[in-house]
Design a protein around this ligand. Sequence first.
Ligand code: RB5
Length: 151
Amino acid sequence: MKIGIGNDHVAVEYKKIISQYIEEKYGYEVIDFGTDSTERFDYPIAGEAVANAVVSGQVEKGIVLCGTGVGISLAANKVNGIRCVTCSEPYSAKLSREHNNTNMLAFGARVVGIELAKMIVDAWLEGKFEGGRHQRRIDLLAEIEEKQKKQ
Ligand code: RB5
């Protein structure tokens, strides 16, 4: 499994800790889309880069971090095919996989402590899409994207 990860200047340390955590606990390869600088960095750049890696198949899932997790998740969700959830607790992370088949996770380095962040990552990585009635709703989400393309 390959996981893409990206962040803005606020979340450089969190990105490093979470990357190492995933590599050691799950043995997944984590591909870093930056930034590694604490100079001001615009979150849409990293959000788009990780999202493009997910839809192209370069990585299977993506994790993006900024101060709140909000801005970078908005950027990711602008990319067709991305379903990115912003989480501050593990329950939504787990259900977002089971019901919404999320392919990206976002959280805020200024919002959640690092140990809670690890629990969110665990819940999200271990959650399995249940399909069934939920697939119909995922298909409806994709239809919204198709309608937007025609506008
Ligand atoms: C940066 O100050 C901050 O706006 C950013 O990290 C993020 O929280 C945006 O949603």
